[in-house]
Design a protein around this ligand. Sequence first.
Ligand code: ATP
Ligand code: MG
Length: 272
Amino acid sequence: MVATERIGSYIENFDAAMGGGIPVGHIVLVYGTAGTMKSSLCFNILFNEILKGKRGAYISIEQSSLSLLKQMVSLKFDISKVNIEVLNDADDVIKGLSKLKSGETHKLTLVDFGTIRKQLRTIKAQKKTSKNDFAFSDDMVHTILKIAETLAEKDLCDVIVIDSLTALYSLTELKDPRSEIFYLFEYLRDLGLTAFVISEESELNSRFSRFGIESYLVDGILHLQLTERNRKVTREISIAKMRSTSCNNDIFTLEFSGSKFKALYGGKIPLV
Ligand SMILES: Nc1ncnc2c1ncn2[C@@H]1O[C@H](COP(=O)(O)OP(=O)(O)OP(=O)(O)O)[C@@H](O)[C@H]1O
Ligand SMILES: [Mg+2]
């Protein structure tokens, strides 16, 4: 049998719970309520994969690139070790990201889609686009996928984070959620990317999904939560699903210290 190539979760003690890591090419839903460190956890994976020589892209739909970078600096990630390029120019997106150099190493492309979207609206209102323009569509999801495709073609992306699926839904009205979400994930799969898709848990979103189908369409689900016990709140993580992998589905305490994530006490009641 061919061994599955995997990437690390970069959470100490956690890869053993999923056969050594996340299979390359998987689409993984990272699901949790506000402030459960979804963005930080995904950034940590991307950052460490880039340090190992892979290329990565982080598509932020609502949080500005500046706010995201500030959070990462406050978590003491040494961002000077990676070659960060912020994409926030809609003109460049329309022109097919022609300014981006192919195949740069240690590259982290941060796509500030909130800013790009605002500019696209103005450009569209002023009808400044031409027939030859690339990746310009009323459909923002299509535009995001085109950006991902171009990054992959320019050999700038092995691992991608989309932050978040919930924000992406707010950009578009899904008439046929099952087939449109299927198309979105298949598009990323066809690009050969390992993708982390963040999803916000709320009362509106039923367990693991908004439309009740995302959890079936993705290959893996990591669930982050804050649990209250005796007036103390603990961060927790569990693997709800990971295809082609024998998993330990126990709930682990998730700690972040010394710019490292650690998984502790899987399946055990932590000492209080
Ligand atoms: N050392 C630290 N520095 C900064 N924030 C920290 C640190 N340790 C834990 N945090 C917590 O990380 C959380 C923010 O992380 P992050 O933005 O990754 O969460 P999120 O789940 O993506 O949030 P949101 O739901 O707003 O998108 C904050 O609640 C903050 O308290
Ligand atoms: Mg976030």
